[in-house]
Design a protein around this ligand. Structure first.
Ligand SMILES: O=C(Nc1ccc2nc(N3CCOCC3)sc2c1)c1ccc(CN2C(=O)C=NC2=O)cc1
Length: 477
């Protein structure tokens, strides 16, 4: 039998039902199952995956298994696991609760930090003592664990107190300390067996480039995040779908006719503005970058400074990826019951610490992820998801079709690295554009779109191959 640790295996039937619905909305992954049927390009692959254990991720996992891989999984966030997805992945499409036949999965919603690092350790160690030969990472924790482990083995000492006292980092070391004392040279063996890692997000990709720049990257890496059909789609179309979903689930406020301020006009800001405009809101954009600001103006949005529009703003959404975009001074000048949310990067776009320290402030929790903050003046504001990503806290993250684009790039990258790792150095690579275009072709077809074909003469005229790639590397879509 397989080893696993999930919240409640009896949720597997519900998970299986939602996985079946998601498969219909993930044409890219299902196309790869058909294309590679009987070929098993990932036969022999032992993939350790660290990525949000959601229904969509379950479809990714079962696609990797269909392609021949053995998989062990943990979530990359202590809150993001959907317990029914984890249960279904363990039982598998042909297993039962009594006799699970799925994948070794170690994930449950609400893990403590020590539990989180324990699940990461389980994900990286096979029962036969072997390690993975591939890593699928989101945020870089799996890659970090392997590299830190090797570094400490190389130092020949069990890690002492660290230069960084954060609780999370110390937990990593406790895990490492335990495993080093127990298994000695385990981590070096694990790293030596790994052919490569494919990384889902900006944060993880940044860590990879830092490792590569320091000459410390132990194996090749593919940056999935910067595939056009991943980041452009997550950031623009995923947010366009889930921003108003989160506002509706959280507040049921009518957005038509209201004034909505979107801070930032990058891909996330563009998706957010479009989402709110679609509901009939009058959207005002704030920007620091003249090019993005001009784009907003040309798209018909008023471009203003946040301070200038606080008296009329009903909804304020931050999308910048920066910190302190909305300060407590801004909040104290907002309209009564103005709605404030963040879909940018981390939870520091809104100055929640400043709000909590504001003299005489009071907090009235309306329902999970929806708080009313009451200023001494009696005026209140409604803050979604405590300033954290409200498309996740108040809604269900990206829809399956958007994740199908992202995860199709993951499958291509896993097959590419597993089968051609000898052609790669210990550097960070992006997928060839023609594979990015392949993901787009599959999803266009699934939407009933018809692609026009270049004639040979036309292709020569614009100096591209009839089969692509159709754009130069530096092209910005
Ligand atoms: O982060 C994700 N999810 C998440 C969910 C709930 C949650 N609750 C939190 N807290 C904070 C402390 O107080 C208690 C509540 S943090 C948190 C995070 C997450 C990201 C990408 C994908 C990618 N993705 C999709 O978008 C759809 N399928 C996917 O795999 C998923 C989840």
């Amino acid at each position: 039998g397989i080893d696993f640790a999930v919240a409640d295996l009896s949720l597997h039937e519900f998970g299986r039902k939602e996985i079946r619905l998601a498969e219909h909305e993930m044409p890219g992954l299902m196309a790869f199952r058909r294309e590679y049927s009987g070929v098993y390009p990932l036969k022999g692959a032992r993939i350790s995956g660290s990525l949000h254990m959601t229904i969509q991720t379950a479809v990714l996992i079962e696609t990797l298994v269909d392609l021949g891989a053995e998989v062990r999984w943990a979530s990359c966030n202590i809150f993001s696991t959907q317990d029914h997805a984890a249960a279904a992945v363990v039982v598998g499409p042909h297993g039962t609760e009594e006799e699970p036949k799925g994948v070794a999965c170690f994930a449950w919603k609400g893990e403590t930090l020590p539990e989180y690092w324990w699940t990461a350790e389980q994900m990286l160690t096979w029962p036969d003592g072997k390690g993975p030969n591939m890593i699928l990472d989101d945020g870089g924790d799996a890659t970090l664990l392997v590299h830190k482990g090797v570094q400490y083995e190389a130092a020949g000492v069990v890690p002492a107190a660290t230069e960084d006292d954060s609780e999370e980092y110390t937990i990593v070391l406790d895990t490492l300390r335990a495993s080093l004392e127990k298994d000695g040279k385990k981590w070096t063996n694990i790293a030596e067996g790994i052919r490569g890692v494919t990384e889902e997000t900006t944060t993880g990709v940044m860590r990879l480039y830092q490792l590569a720049a320091a000459g410390e990257l132990l194996f090749p890496a593919i940056n999935v995040n910067d595939a056009v059909t991943k980041s452009k789609f997550d950031n623009r179309y995923g947010i366009r779908h889930s921003l108003i979903d989160g506002i509706n689930r959280g507040t049921d406020v009518l957005m038509g006719g209201k004034v909505a301020v979107v801070c930032g006009y990058g891909d996330v800001g563009k998706g957010s503005a479009e989402s709110l405009r679609g509901q009939g809101a009058r959207v005002i954009v704030t920007e620091i970058d003249p090019i993005c600001a001009l784009q907003a103006a040309m798209d018909g949005y008023q471009v203003a400074k946040l301070e200038s529009v606080l008296p009329i703003a009903d909804i304020i959404i931050t999308t910048t990826g920066n910190k302190d975009v909305v300060t407590v001074e801004h909040m104290s000048q907002m309209k009564h019951q103005a709605i404030l949310g963040n879909v940018g990067h981390f939870d520091n776009e809104l100055d929640m610490a400043g709000l909590q320290r504001y003299p005489g402030i009071r907090k009235n929790n309306i329902k999970p992820q929806v708080d009313e903050w009451i200023f001494p003046s009696g005026r209140t504001i409604i803050v979604l998801s405590e300033g954290r990503l409200m498309n996740l806290g108040n809604a269900t993250g990206h829809p399956s079709f958007v994740m199908s684009n992202s995860f199709s790039n993951q499958v291509i990258a896993q097959v590419e690295l597993f089968t051609k790792y000898k052609e790669y150095d210990n550097e960070v690579y992006r997928l060839p554009k023609v594979l990015d275009e392949k993901v787009a072709r599959i999803h266009l077809e699934a939407l009933g779109g018809e692609l026009t074909k270049l004639t040979k003469e036309q292709a020569e005229y614009i100096d591209v191959d009839v089969e692509g790639p159709f754009k130069p590397e530096h092209y910005r879509y």
